[in-house]
Design a protein around this ligand. Sequence first.
Ligand code: F6P
Length: 344
Amino acid sequence: MRVGVLTGGGDCPGLNAVLRAIARKGERVFGDELVGFVDAWDGVMERRTTPLTIETMRGSLPRGGTVLGTRRGSPFDHPDGVDRVKTAMAELGLEALIVIGGNGSLSVACKLYNEHGIPVVGVPKTIDNDIEGTDVTFGFNTAVQIATDAIDRLHTTAESHDRVMVVEVMGRHSGWIATTAGIAGGATAVLIPEHPFDIDEVCERIIRRHNRGRFASIIVVAEGATPKEGTFDVGEREIDRFGHVRLGGIGNLLASEIGLRTGFETRPVLLGHVQRGGTPTAYDRVLSTRFGVAAIDAVHRGAFGTMVALHGAEIGETPLVDVIGRTRPVDPALYTDVAEIFFA
Ligand code: F6P
């Protein structure tokens, strides 16, 4: 079979491992010809391709990023976008398209399948771990490890200076990275989009610690966290052209507000894209490889309109219609029952 493959949305450690697995199983077991699209949907519409083979993917398992390149954006942004996708598929002789992406790319894939009959299989990807229909996404484990390493380092400088450190981590819609890295790094508090925070409570918690002789505190805040209404005015948040809140907003604001309210020296630390770069952890390499193998298997079973997924310990499939249009919030038991009782 000739099968197209693209990586869309923000990059994520493990993308190359998925591509490598698709190429290995596709070429070796099924005798497939895999066609990689460069720069996501732009590459499909403009027919910019590169061969995806065992040879071209050699050595890519530990490499971060994606050798195919990635973009945000969709064929539905262009009046003739869907026609250009269909023409590209026909002219390149493709019988299926594997879309490795987050909520945005998977929604596009779902629409192309449901409304235009394009045979797609999705592979969930995001460091944020907030895609419905899978227990875990690859890249998340790596991002949590990077954030945890940073928090470990911040403890020693915070303790030396008796400072409060506010660490902003990624997570526009969900607090998976913040909660998990906060637990692993022994944070004082974790603030996430799912639970609007009370700035008075955060400051009281820090002051109580100081009164107990704990002069250093680490506050982990997800970029999408917001205060409870009426408690602290964060003003206008800068929104980029894709409707995303710009990184660096809440971490800076919170650090200056905590400093003002408590009188303690406070510093913001914005981890930003460091969380997305570099080599994937062993866990993510294995999950990515399993997803890649499952995706090419799904193509050969004709399981179109689905997304490969981790269900417990097993790899399975979830219909794309059950995935799109929502984000998976942090497990309440993890945040409320585990994280909150240790943070203090
Ligand atoms: O991939 C998701 C994500 O990591 C979000 O947590 C973050 O808001 C966003 O990507 C940043 O995207 P960009 O690289 O386009 O600024």
